[in-house]
Design a protein around this ligand. Structure first.
Ligand SMILES: O=P(O)(O)OC[C@H]1O[C@H](O)[C@H](O)[C@@H](O)[C@@H]1O
Length: 293
């Protein structure tokens, strides 16, 4: 059996050893194990999950790949005024829909989230979210589909995959972002936080507290460090957020494990500058493929 489903999670298993664990809470991927290409040996964990993360549905998971929808950061749009930071998708129980692919190339599961009473008391817009997670030997594909089922209203949203890559934070290089415009959310004043800067580094690092939202994300991003390399192949997304709190902000995060900021970099493809405006009946798809080098 290439997958196992229990009340609270789905585990996909590839015949060559890779695996992924997806909680129905938030559709949060909490583990992805894959082996290096061309090397024997057991698959290794590729995502960071804080040992202090709550996995019981009491709060969003600190690590893995939380799904952010319909707002990123504190709510700014009138439709989102009752929502918490990063919206509700990472805090709600998604439904298992089906296994959509199961062959030698990979195994794929489809999860869905639709309005329910716990959502409509905070958010009254109609929406239909589909999340397709596909596991291959050295790749993990995560596709988020947003459908507007309304007959006349537009759906305004932001969406993002908050990918916590397990890596030695002080040694990672992220490319190619040279010349890209970004906002720096570590700046002190609201004016400075909304002023666009231009990236002057050929390889971006996170050795200091970093919270940058890049525009016009390239279709392929490389995250490398001595002894490791992960590529992100992206489509549909317009922004790329790079986040590492370092001690300065990380020590204030209650569910961050001791010095956890030393062990990950968040590389977050999204649509988070302005709002995607989806007409009635339209669908938007954002795809992230994580590829082991
Ligand atoms: O603590 P959380 O709500 O999970 O947010 C964690 C981080 O998410 C993103 O990376 C944002 O850009 C950061 O500003 C935020 O601090």
């Amino acid at each position: 059996m290439p997958y196992e489903k229990t009340d609270d999670k789905v585990v996909l298993k590839h015949p060559k050893g890779a695996s992924v664990v997806i909680l129905l809470f938030g559709a949060t991927i909490v583990s992805w194990k894959a082996s290096d290409r061309g090397q024997l040996g057991s698959p290794t964990e590729r995502l960071f999950l804080s040992s202090k993360a709550a996995l019981d549905g009491s709060k969003a998971v600190r690590g893995g790949i939380p799904v952010v929808f319909p707002c990123f950061g504190p709510p700014e749009h009138p439709d989102h005024s009752k929502l918490p930071q990063h919206g509700f998708a990472r805090n709600k129980i998604w439904a298992f829909d089906s296994i959509v692919m199961d062959n030698d190339a990979g195994v794929s599961v489809r999860l869905i989230l639709q309005p329910n009473p716990t959502i409509t008391k905070l958010y009254t817009k109609n929406f239909h979210l589909v999340y397709v997670v596909t596991l291959a030997e050295h790749e993990l594909s995560t596709d988020i589909h947003v459908l507007n089922p309304a007959s006349s209203e537009t759906l305004d949203f932001q969406a993002l995959l908050h990918t916590y890559i397990r890596a030695p934070a002080n040694e990672v290089s992220i490319t190619p972002l040279l010349g890209k415009r970004y906002v720096d959310k570590t700046e002190n004043s609201p004016e400075a936080r909304s002023t666009l800067k231009e990236e002057g580094r050929s390889a971006v690092d996170v050795r200091t507290f970093t919270d940058s939202v890049y525009e016009d994300t390239p279709p392929e991003i490389n995250v490398s460090w001595p002894g490791g390399d992960l590529a992100l192949k992206l489509s549909g997304f317009t922004t790329l957020t790079i986040w590492n709190p370092q001690e300065e902000a990380g020590s204030k995060i209650g569910d961050m494990e001791e010095k956890g900021w030393e062990r990950f970099v968040c590389v977050e493809p999204g649509y988070v500058r302005g709002f995607k405006q989806l007409g009635p009946g339209e669908t938007w798809i954002g795809q992230q493929v994580l590829v082991v080098a």
